[in-house]
Design a protein around this ligand. Structure first.
Ligand code: FE2
Length: 462
């Protein structure tokens, strides 16, 4: 047994493997593009390292691809085989159990097992990161914050992973709307660990949700800060494009899409979601995105049968609709709805209940039935976090809802939501301000709106 960088025992028999494992863990928590390669190298060096097999399987499942599940099962088998060859610690054994539960379609139990590790080993950064990833996908924002609040004090400032722990805390705080605390933790994360793209990303979320577009663009201006990152860099580019849009720089946002996002896009659901989400937002601002939907829809079509993550499915529906592939989108939406009461996992049923409702709203919107779209999307609002993802990502569906209200003539409800939206974002939100102004100017019906929105529209666009 050797100790890893966190001081936890790892069942390796050579220092060379311990070193390679430490590098692998750092690569995973920093979203380094070399993580998969590094874990493969560890397993070549030490095929009896059960923990590495288990973590490999957990990483494969986090990609939410049906075609990778068999490979994760092989990792599971290899982990148990290795465990029978060499005794492992109770901590390592919990990783194997976590993988087993996720393979059995019980991701919440898997997350709970990973969090159980933290009772005795609060500085196990890998367990923190994997549990955080799972809770994020499950929409368990409260649990995400509870866990981080509990473990982060144990890191202090000098632990090698202190910055990465702060980065996770920052994101958990941001998702609970604790923006000042989140920004503080996120900036500290990057100070302590400059490679912590997750902490950098958390600050970007704070700047997005508080309407600070110029600061956001400055924060993400130097791409060298995440040159090491895997396809998470595409998501950071998405955030930059949102800041461009908020600042009214639609040509710049479109250029970022063309020059970076479209060229880097893979079949990974996070890439497809970021690309589809930006194209939809551009369209809602009246920008003609031309044939850009085609490639994203092709990628969505290839993944449409995965059925692994409702958040992904809803974005696939969005991408298919963007390209006008209504039949494919309708079929996928029906499958998601079916999963809300079919023999699927508890987690999938809950997520599908909301995701299926959102998908129906997107279909109605595409068909021009804005009354129905508003009804569907209104019904989904109170449980929206069930589909997972971040508040900023799910905000797209709030935008479609408000657009549906406006297009169906429910100006009063639209104005109420827009005013609340503006207040929540410190009076700075282009989406709200432009629409409130349009509502005030467009119809005699808006006499009733003038009082409601007068205070809000005094705020200025960037
Ligand atoms: Fe994000």
């Amino acid at each position: 047994m050797y100790n890893d960088l966190s001081g936890n025992a790892v069942s390796v028999t050579r220092d060379e493997v311990r070193e390679a494992w430490n590098e692998t863990v750092e690569a995973i928590v920093s979203h380094d593009a070399s993580a998969a390669e590094r874990i493969a190298r560890v397993l070549v060096l030490d095929p009896e390292f059960a923990l590495a097999h288990a973590v490999n399987g957990l990483l494969l499942l986090s990609l939410a691809r049906a075609d990778l599940v068999p490979a994760a099962v092989v990792c599971m088998d290899e982990a148990w085989r290795a465990q029978s060859e060499r005794s492992i610690s109770a901590r390592e054994n919990l990783y194997l159990q976590a993988l087993e539960q996720w393979i059995l379609d019980a991701p919440r139990r898997s997350a709970a097992i990973l969090e159980q590790i933290l009772t005795d080993c609060p500085c196990d950064m890998l367990a923190i990161k994997l549990a955080h990833t799972l809770r994020f996908a499950l929409g368990d924002q409260a649990q995400m914050l509870l866990v981080l609040n509990k473990v982060v004090p144990a890191f202090g400032r000098h632990h090698p992973y202190a910055g990465y722990a702060q980065g996770c805390l920052a994101f958990a705080l941001e998702e609970r709307h604790l923006y000042a605390e989140a920004e503080c933790a996120g900036r500290l994360a990057v100070d302590l660990a400059p490679r912590d793209v997750w902490g950098r990303h958390a600050v970007a979320h704070v700047l997005e949700m508080t309407g600070r577009a110029e600061e956001g663009m400055a924060w993400l201006a130097d791409r060298r800060n995440w040159a090491h990152a895997n396809n998470f860099s595409l998501h950071l580019t998405w955030h930059h494009a949102l800041f461009n849009m908020e600042a009214g720089q639609f040509a710049e946002a479109t250029a970022l899409y063309d020059e970076s996002m479209a060229t880097d896009c893979s079949d990974d659901y996070r890439d497809i979601a970021s690309c589809a989400s930006l194209l939809a937002r551009l369209e809602y601002e009246g920008i003609d995105v031309g044939s850009r939907w085609e490639d994203i829809a092709n990628r969505a079509e290839r993944r449409a049968n995965d059925g692994r993550l409702v958040f992904a499915d809803v974005h696939y529906v969005l991408a298919l609709l963007g390209a006008g592939r209504v039949k494919s989108a309708d079929e996928l939406a029906r499958r998601v709805v079916d999963d809300s009461f079919a023999n699927s996992s508890d987690e999938r049923r809950v997520a599908a209940r909301c995701g299926g409702t959102v998908a129906c709203g997107l279909l109605s919107f595409q068909n021009g039935d804005y009354v129905a779209a508003a009804k569907w999307l209104s019904a989904a609002r109170s449980t929206m976090s069930d589909i997972g993802g971040s508040n900023a990502q799910r905000d797209l569906f709030e935008q479609v809802y408000i657009e549906s209200l406006i297009r169906s003539g429910d100006d009063e409800q639209a104005a109420t939501l827009l005013s609340h939206r503006l207040a929540a974002r410190m009076g700075k939100n282009r989406f709200a301000l432009t629409r409130l102004n349009q509502l005030q100017q467009s119809s005699v019906r808006l006499g009733a709106l003038s009082t409601l929105t007068a205070a809000s529209t005094k705020s200025t666009l960037h």
